[in-house]
Design a protein around this ligand. Structure first.
Ligand SMILES: [Zn+2]
Length: 108
C-alpha cells in the first residue's frame, strides 16, 4: 500500500478515487471517519489521505492525478503592450511584432 494523495476536502478525494477506479487502480481513503469529529470541534484542517492498494500502480496513479486533477488551467490570452495585438496564452512573444509578453519580461 502506498500513500498517493492528500486533500482536506473529502469530495475531491473521492473524485480522485473514482478516476483511479475507472483506470482499474484500487484505492481507499484513510482518516475518512475523522471528518465529522473535526467539523464538530471546529477543526478545519483535517486532511484525508488516499492510498493505493497495489504499489506497482503508483507511477500510473500519480500520472493520472497530475493529468486529471493537478493540471493548471489554460493560460489566459494577453494583449501585447507594444502593438496591442491579442495573443494566445501559450505564446511567449507577440506573433505580430515579436515583442515578449509581460509575463516573459517579468521572468527575465
Ligand atoms: Zn505586438
Amino acid at each position: 500500500m502506498k500513500h498517493i494523495y492528500t486533500h482536506d476536502n473529502i469530495v475531491v478525494l473521492h473524485s480522485v478515487k473514482n478516476i483511479l477506479a475507472l483506470n482499474d487502480i484500487e484505492s481507499f481513503v484513510k482518516n475518512e471517519q475523522t471528518a465529522p469529529v473535526g467539523a464538530q470541534h471546529g477543526i478545519g484542517n483535517t486532511f484525508h489521505e488516499l492510498w493505493i492498494i497495489n504499489d506497482q500502480e503508483y507511477a500510473e496513479a500519480k500520472a493520472l492525478i497530475a493529468r486529471e486533477i493537478d493540471n493548471p488551467p489554460a493560460k489566459a490570452k494577453w494583449v501585447c503592450d507594444n502593438c496591442h495585438e491579442e495573443n494566445e496564452g501559450s505564446f511567449e512573444i507577440c506573433w505580430q511584432c515579436q515583442s515578449p509578453s509581460i509575463q516573459l519580461k517579468q521572468e527575465i
